[in-house]
Design a protein around this ligand. Sequence first.
Ligand code: PDD
Length: 292
Amino acid sequence: MTARVFLNGQWLPADEARVSVMDRGFLFGDGVYEVIPVYSRQVFRLEQHLARLQQSLDGIQIANPHRPEEWIGFVTQLAGQAEWEDQSIYIQVTRGPMAVRNHAFPSEIKPTVVLLAEPMSPPPASQREQGIAAVSAADIRWLRCDLKTTSLLANCLLRQLAVSAGCVETVLFRDGFLTEGSASSIFVVKDSVLLAPIKNHLMLPGITYDVVLELAAQHGLPHEVRDITEGETRAADELWMCSSTKEVLPIVTLDGRAVGSGVGAGGTPGPLFAQMYAWYQEFKATVMRAAP
Ligand code: PDD
């Protein structure tokens, strides 16, 4: 059976859904998106993802084409009908088609709205147990990384650096400070304190980032949200990456050098990672149990 996708108010088999080549999303990357995890058909943190979608739409001046209740209806319907229990739901809203190619916005727009589901499996246990390798790079993106826009070329190039080096993620530094990963938020652990970069225009306000900080607060893990230098990142006891599709993963090498130098550390996942991973799974299970 072909997966069904939502396109501008219609549910269609994926291979029948068509968008104009004049769509500004296609020609300019003029759109925003969300990726929302679904566990056992329960949508995780939907309200927060829809709030961030609204912020992204406001940031690029597109009036939200749907009310929150409508979005909730579309997402819930998709999560219920897709063939997989665990999914990631993709939402994209572009500024829609234009009559002639012109960078300036058309005076009237008809946003293109797409929702589709993909199967989601947790990262392989080996990545969690042995950790992952990362490379670093200068953050070459624009200055509105807080908006989840579909203009992802820089993120794609940066992610490919990791893949070409046989690694999983690229850790980004701008002007000597840690920003985030090419498709994830990054945390540092130093002297048993969890450090998180401050949310600003240089990083995406990650939904998983918020969950990790909430769990740290709830369980009394000392944590600080502050600027983190490249030097501090390289001298970390532990480095973590997190995102909606990867949850939390330990980075054990950065640019080929082991992360952490304590006894038993260095190239292996640290103890606070194991703790946070357990809290994360427990939290997910509680949320799913509480769902109707
Ligand atoms: N990306 N930073 C960037 C640049 C990202 O692309 C992502 C996630 C995150 C983590 O955000 P969240 O915890 O809300 O997923 C941080 C998604 C998964 C993607 O583009 O597929």
